[in-house]
Design a binder for this molecule. Structure first.
Ligand SMILES: Nc1ncnc2c1ncn2[C@@H]1O[C@H](COP(=O)(O)OP(=O)(O)O)[C@@H](O)[C@H]1O
Ligand SMILES: [Mg+2]
Length: 247
């Protein structure tokens, strides 16, 4: 579904991403995990074409992402960020339908999609008429998800979508999101810095550190066959049951 070949990115002297190869399988959920500043968002932003790599290529399906096709390809990708990224001066419903309107989709189709999505993410119609700041953080993320799903993308990228929520709301939304991903059978990449969350969503976990992928595997792989001591250190720091004691 997505293939990164030798992509890298630096900002001035700072390397955000060393050359990275990564394949994201179709129809599954992959979790991208690592500490703050390790390049998770940069990697995701490259896939959605918001950051252009200094080296290498990004493939979406069969196509190499270029300046010429980025806009069209982006319409096939849903993208959700931590605070929802909703426009504050538009109502939630307006946020959700903005791109579909801009693309000239028929009003009846947009309205039907809006209704179906509000049922899917459990957002009542009256909440959709409000502005984003008039909703709770959890509701805003539900609206952010509606917006990302509006054009029925094959690929859904979520950058720490639940990072700003309180533990109870977060737990609820984790459960619902997972059910939604399974129901829609989309290709999903979810960024998190929480191993419990990564393992809940995905069997396939990609662990990053300082702009590199250090290991990819299941939680059991990371626990039992750590690629480097850092992996075990990370598991301990996350208090993952069974994490090895320091040597
Ligand atoms: N637009 C930017 N300008 C300069 N440095 C950036 C920019 N975006 C990211 N970086 C740097 O690149 C590195 C990786 O950032 P990021 O991908 O946001 O990490 P993460 O999402 O894992 O926290 C960090 O050192 C960050 O400061
Ligand atoms: Mg980030």
């Amino acid at each position: 579904m997505v293939k990164l070949d030798n992509v890298s990115k630096r900002y001035g002297a700072r390397v955000a991403l060393h050359p990275v190869d990564l394949e994201i399988p179709s129809g599954e959920t992959t979790a991208l995990i690592g500490p703050s500043g390790c390049g998770k968002s940069t990697l995701l932003r490259m896939i959605v074409g918001l950051v252009r790599p200094d080296t290498g290529v990004v493939r979406i399906g069969a196509e190499v992402l270029t300046a010429d096709n980025v806009e069209r390809l982006r319409h096939g990708i849903g993208y959700v960020i931590q605070d929802g990224g909703l426009f504050p001066h538009l109502s939630c419903a307006q946020n959700v339908v903005l791109l579909a309107r801009h693309l000239g989709l028929p009003k009846a189709q947009i309205d039907a999609r809006l209704q179906a999505l509000s049922a899917l993410v459990h957002i009542p119609a009256d909440a959709l008429d409000r502005y984003p700041q008039q909703l709770s953080g959890g509701q805003r993320q539900r609206v952010g998800l509606m917006r990302a799903l509006m054009l029925d993308p094959k690929l859904l990228l979520l950058d720490e979508p639940l990072g700003a929520l309180d533990p109870v709301t977060r737990f609820e939304l984790q459960t619902e999101l997972k059910a939604i991903f399974e129901q829609l059978s989309k290709t999903v990449v979810i960024v998190t810095h929480d191993m419990g969350e990564a393992g809940f969503f995905a069997e396939d976990i990609v662990m990053m550190r300082e702009g590199r992928i250090v290991q990819r595997g299941s939680i059991a792989d990371l626990l039992e066959r750590p690629a480097e001591p850092y992996v075990s250190q990370f598991m301990r720091a996350q208090r993952v049951p069974g994490a090895p004691e320091p040597a």
